[in-house]
Design a protein around this ligand. Structure first.
Ligand SMILES: [Zn+2]
Length: 405
């Protein structure tokens, strides 16, 4: 059994979740269908997900061991601590007894995306196809490394999860020749949905309705795709029992028959446009963070920058006044800060009535500033769409004691 903590959003406290082999067996059956749908059951594949104590990498590894398809490489944002390394060596030795070779996590920082891009290209040269599972921001960095080094990723398939697969990320990854599809997994539920090759877009996924029921709550926004998703677990193997629970994400649901193996298995509920419901209130105007990032993605792309080369930070001064700081990463050279801000205020009103009002108020009140700095990552090594200034009092998972502290 492995244990992890839910990430929560910046406004909620994480809680503990336990996984066991019953859950992995369910997910392995679905993952097998997914790989069959894409015709990649025999393709070499790799993970670029953080190793333990983070849950995502080990979760994916164990699911694949259930159907005897371990990854060839495991790139990890984190080096394993000694307890995790001992557990991984035990898994590796046990798997060897069943004739499987299990890789250990190789520390691979964000700046080393080139190693992952080079592995993808070499595995594709060797086997005709190559597959990567990564967070959407990490996948974008692999694409950026490939673009800079002129590495052709045709024949490579990337499953991007953990973060929203936005149009900017899709375009940037596809420009390398790679194909990219969304996966949707939550710590609370395990596997939720995955995209087949025949959807309307790479982020249109089959929902695993044998494990979960999902419906959309009435939206409180004028933006039609901002309907909160409510989940109910149907499986005894789920990490937590949920009843119409809002995990903090929104998306669009519709019925769509499909000829892929997942469609044949009866999974005909399609979920697309999954994004965080996080909102930002400045100068009395509230706008979804996803709307702000959609506008900024366009402005940054027009200035020649890759997606994920900026981060939003909400700051509060001693008097309680809030401002939004757009922190531009080192990759964005040759971009004038003032021009970027003017471009943002010109683009924002095109994203709905709330955004239009926000653009007017925020420009007049100087509520937005641009600064330079490297992005900060969550404990799970995802790009935080929004960080908030001030000390973080949220509990952390204590590996040694096996509980939250
Ligand atoms: Zn399908």
């Amino acid at each position: 059994m492995i244990r992890g903590a839910t990430s929560g959003t910046w406004s909620r406290r994480p809680s503990r979740v336990a996984y066991d082999w019953d859950l992995f067996a369910e997910e392995a059956a679905l993952e097998c269908l997914l790989f069959e749908s894409h015709g990649i059951l025999d393709a070499p594949w790799a993970l670029w997900l953080p190793g333990p104590p983070s849950v995502s990498g080990i979760h994916n590894l164990l699911v694949h061991l259930r159907f005897r398809r371990p990854p060839e490489r495991w790139f990890s944002h984190l080096p394993a601590d000694w307890q995790s390394a001992a557990a991984l060596r035990y898994i590796r030795a046990t798997a060897r007894g069943f004739g499987m070779r299990v890789p250990l996590p190789e520390p691979t920082a964000f700046e080393e995306a080139e190693s992952v891009a080079r592995w993808l290209a070499s595995a594709r040269d060797r086997a005709g196809r190559a597959v990567l599972k990564a967070f959407a921001s990490s996948a974008t960095r692999v694409a950026e490394a490939a673009r800079q080094l002129r590495i052709d990723l045709r024949g490579c398939l990337i499953f991007a999860g953990g973060e929203s697969l936005t149009p900017a990320r899709i375009a940037h990854i596809r420009a390398t020749g790679a194909t990219v599809f969304a996966r949707y997994v939550a710590t609370e539920t395990g596997w939720i949905a995955s995209a087949c090759p025949f959807g309307d877009s790479p982020d249109a996924m089959h929902v695993f309705t044998d494990r979960l029921a999902v419906l959309t709550a009435p939206a409180d926004s004028a933006v039609d795709d901002d309907a909160p998703l409510l989940f109910t677990t149907l499986s005894a193997g789920a990490g937590k029992i949920l009843l119409n629970t809002d995990l903090g994400d929104s998306g669009r649901l519709r019925r769509r028959p499909c000829g892929c193996p997942m469609g044949h298995a009866g999974l005909n509920l399609q979920l697309s446009g999954v994004h965080s419901q996080a909102k930002l209130s400045i100068e009395g105007i509230t706008v979804a963070v996803a709307v702000i990032t959609r506008a900024l993605d366009r402005v940054v792309a027009a200035a020649g920058g890759p997606p994920d080369s900026y981060q939003l930070r909400q700051e509060e001064d001693g008097a309680g006044a809030r401002r939004l700081v757009v922190r531009l990463g080192p990759a964005l050279t040759g971009v004038d800060d003032g021009a970027l801000l003017r471009g943002f205020f010109a683009e924002l009103p095109r994203h709905g009535p709330d955004a239009k009002l926000a653009a007017r108020f925020w420009r007049e009140s100087s509520a937005i500033a641009v600064r330079r700095g490297s992005p900060t990552l969550s404990d799970a090594h995802k790009m935080r769409p929004l960080t908030v200034s001030g000390p973080d009092h949220s509990p952390r998972f204590d590996v040694a004691r096996g509980r939250l502290r």
